[in-house]
Write a protein that binds this ligand. Structure first.
Ligand code: NDP
Length: 334
């Protein structure tokens, strides 16, 4: 299957291009960039035949069946709608859009057109996250009481651009990382946050957008979720803890792009290190998307998952801005 990549981005070059090429018979035929020079350079550096600044030109290529969008966040909505109009399946980066309405629009357009739409939430593709979810689903920690997500990292210098200083491009740690954490909570617990309280701030990197946030979410089951995101913490490490009335899961170093980390299950039987698959998160996500196009299963995270993770993240930002508890507005989706 031929792909067009929309966005000459870091994530595409570091992970997703390789993940596409790891699938039998898949390759990238086009890259679409806002800059002719950067697009050509990116294509040459990665062995891609065609580069253009004209999205319509790439979409007019009948050989292209799938489009991967990894431009800055404000471009996702118009680019996805154009790709869907041209009859292409879409794998889109998170956050899907700048608003829940945009994300819903993208999901609905793909549904109406009968096309596969995926959201690139890589963490639910990780062996560690899937192992944690299985332990919870098997009842080994009993009734879940709380989930704590530690996702305060240090944004590397090469990514300290629009993310930390451009609200109009979708910058800020909340659309960048809280959106992932919302997906993790939904994936692990199998339920959607109802309402949130939050604070956010600037702690050394943000210029006009927040670089740190902490929030607490209520789940329908009564479980509470605590979530911490930042761009400014060089040594915090990442982690997930899930506490139930019969056991606790302690996972360290698992909120990452690599298949790494450690998980310990603690119950009245004692402490047990959990093993998990070390497959590539991005290859798994692309494999699930490609299989869904072939009629087998669904994308690891579909459009609805992308709508919901964005809804939670935007509720966190509103709660932090207003100082009030905010009910998550999932729009018209079910
Ligand atoms: P980048 O900043 O690397 O790329 C985003 C856009 O910025 C590119 O599309 C490109 O525009 C432009 N750009 C890139 N490099 C340069 C440069 N040197 N000079 C000028 N402009 C440049 O972003 P990321 O790859 O970090 O993120 C892209 C998207 O992917 C975002 O939506 C982000 O949220 C998401 N993401 C998802 C991850 C995941 O694990 N799911 C991880 C990281 C990011 P153009 O295309 O017009 O050339």
């Amino acid at each position: 299957m031929n792909w067009a990549f929309v966005g000459a981005s870091t994530i595409a070059s570091q992970y997703v291009l390789e993940a596409v090429r790891a699938q039998d018979g898949n390759d990238v035929t086009w890259v679409v960039s806002g800059s002719a020079e950067r697009g050509r350079g990116w294509a040459d550096a990665h062995g891609i035949a065609n580069a253009t600044t004209d999205l319509a030109q790439a979409l007019a290529d009948d050989r292209v069946s799938a489009v991967y969008i990894s431009s800055t966040n404000e471009k996702h909505h118009p680019q996805a709608l154009a790709a869907i109009s041209a009859g292409k399946h879409v794998l889109c980066e998170k956050p899907l859009g700048m608003s829940v309405a945009e994300a819903q629009d993208m999901m609905s357009a793909a549904q109406t057109a009968g096309l596969v739409f995926g959201t690139n939430h890589h963490l639910r593709c990780s062996g560690a996250h899937r192992a944690m979810r299985d332990v919870i689903a098997d009842g080994r920690i009993g009734r879940v009481l709380s989930l704590r997500i530690f996702h305060a990292v240090h944004l590397p210098p090469h990514l300290q651009g629009w993310r930390i200083n451009d609200a109009s491009a979708g910058g800020g740690v909340i659309p960048d990382i809280t959106v992932h954490d919302a997906d993790v909570a939904r994936f692990l617990l199998g339920e959607d946050p109802v309402d949130v309280v939050a604070q956010m701030g600037v702690s050394g990197m943000g210029d006009g957008v927040e670089d740190s946030a902490m929030s607490v979410w209520s789940m329908p089951s009564g479980a509470m979720v605590m979530s911490h995101e930042s761009f400014t913490h060089p040594y915090a490490g990442s982690g997930v803890e899930v506490h139930g009335d019969k056991g606790s899961i302690f996972a360290r170093g698992v909120m990452t792009q690599e298949p790494v980390g450690e998980i310990e299950l603690v119950t009245d039987v004692g402490r047990e290190a959990l093993s998990f698959s070390d497959h590539s998160l991005y290859e798994q996500g692309v494999a699930d998307f490609v299989a869904a196009i072939a009629g087998q299963g669904r994308p690891a995270a579909d459009g609805l998952d992308g709508v919901k993770s964005l809804a939670v993240a935007l509720a966190v930002r509103e709660a932090a801005q207003t100082g009030r508890r905010v009910t998550v507005d999932y729009g018209d989706v079910t």
